[in-house]
Write a protein that binds this ligand. Structure first.
Ligand SMILES: [Zn+2]
Length: 149
C-alpha cells in the first residue's frame, strides 16, 4: 500500500512511515502537484476542490485536523489491520526502509550513553539516520495500541 501525502498532512505522513507504509511526502508538494507527478499511489488530501477533478487516481479525503484521527481515517477506510503494520521498518525522515546494523559500525554516530545502553541499532540506507529502541518507540507503541483498539 503506497501513499502520496499532500503538504498539509506532514504529521500523518510521519505516522504512516512509523507504521511501515510507503508515504511519499514533500513539504512543497500540494495535492494538485502530487496528482500531476504521481500515479499508482493513494492520494491523501484535504483539499476540497480536487474532489471534482476527473481522474482515476485513488483518493482519500481526510476530514480531521488531528493527526491521530487522520491516521484512523486512513486505517478504517482501507481496512488496515494490525498485522499489516511493520512498525519501525522505515525511515521517518526520508521514507526509505531501514536495516539492522552492527553495533560497532555506528560507534561514532550516536551519543556515548545511547551506544552503551542499547544493543540493537538500525540505520537508513538513504540518509544515514540511526534508530534504536527508546522512549519514542514506547510512546509510538502506546499510540498504535489505541489505534487498533
Ligand atoms: Zn532516511
Amino acid at each position: 500500500m503506497r501513499f502520496a501525502v499532500e503538504n498539509t498532512l506532514g504529521k500523518l505522513a510521519k505516522w504512516l512511515r512509523i507504521l511501515g507504509f510507503d508515504a511519499f511526502y514533500k513539504p512543497d508538494l500540494s495535492a494538485e502537484k502530487l496528482m500531476d507527478i504521481r500515479t499508482g499511489r493513494i492520494l491523501l488530501t484535504r483539499t476540497g476542490r480536487i474532489r471534482f477533478r476527473n481522474t482515476s487516481q485513488k483518493r482519500i479525503f481526510i476530514t480531521s485536523d488531528n493527526s491521530f484521527e487522520q491516521l484512523r481515517e486512513v486505517i478504517v477506510t482501507l481496512g488496515i489491520a494490525q498485522k499489516d503494520v511493520q512498525l519501525f521498518s522505515r525511515c521517518v525522515r526520508c521514507n526509505t526502509m531501514i536495516r539492522k546494523v552492527g553495533k560497532d559500525s555506528i560507534r561514532k554516530m550516536v551519543p556515548d550513553y545511547i551506544w552503551e545502553t542499547h544493543g540493537a541499532f538500525h540505520s537508513c540506507t538513504q540518509c544515514g539516520r540511526i534508530y534504536w529502541p527508546g522512549s519514542h518507540t514506547r510512546r509510538s507503541r502506546d499510540i498504535i495500541k489505541r489505534l487498533f483498539k
